[in-house]
Ligand binder design. Sequence first.
Ligand SMILES: [Zn+2]
Length: 101
Amino acid sequence: MSYQNIKCPNCGVYNVNRDYCSKCNTILSYKKRREQEFKKEEEARLEQRRLEKKNNPSFFEKYGNHRFLLVRVVVKIIKTIWVVIMAIGMFIAWLISSIAA
Ligand SMILES: [Zn+2]
């Protein structure tokens, strides 16, 4: 671990090897700050998606209960493929973030 002397951007106190300011508890670590911002963005994105889903029901919800069996089967197949693609996409995203970190 490297020696780090970080000046608190909030109160100006110098902190050695600390992620949080000893006086005012402001986050000092750049990495920690990035993590927290990322988490906040992720939450906002999830909230946005929830609202969108509420306002317009998805393709799957619309056709998943279709009166023709063929349509329901096709929707089911597309849904399965979609889930697989999402899983692969999430894996790639994880891979990229773990390489970048
Ligand atoms: Zn401080």
